[in-house]
Design a protein. Structure first.
Length: 115
């Protein structure tokens, strides 16, 4: 059974930094795509960043240049380094992996940026 364990969320002042981590367990083959989504109150869940097996990445325009996604395939772990945080980055952040045509989600971690 695939499980995703997220950590690293919290409260930070605007301009500060946080690093999110997501470790996947129960994985039996290399993960195709690992990524982070977020959902703010009253809004739809949106893609923040994702990283493919080969290392290529996609970022939402609103975080490009501020956030960096990376992965450690040996540990089945994906990271999201978030710098220059803004109040509009406040949301629940969800880890996502895609493997063998299936999507798996973490439980979510709250990120709150105070202005």
């Amino acid at each position: 059974q695939v499980q995703l364990l997220e950590s690293g969320g919290g409260l930070v002042q605007a301009g500060g930094s946080l690093r999110l981590s997501c470790a996947a367990s129960g994985i039996i083959s290399r993960i195709n795509v690992m990524g982070w989504y977020r959902q703010a109150p009253g809004k739809q869940r949106e893609l923040v960043a994702r990283i493919f097996n080969g290392g290529s990445t996609n970022y939402a325009g609103s975080v490009k240049g501020r956030f960096t996604i990376s992965r450690d395939n040996a540990k089945n772990t994906v990271y999201l380094q978030m710098n220059s945080l803004k109040s509009e980055d406040t949301a629940v952040y969800y880890c996502n992996i895609q493997q063998l045509g299936l999507n798996y989600w973490g439980q979510g971690t709250q990120v709150t940026v105070s202005s």
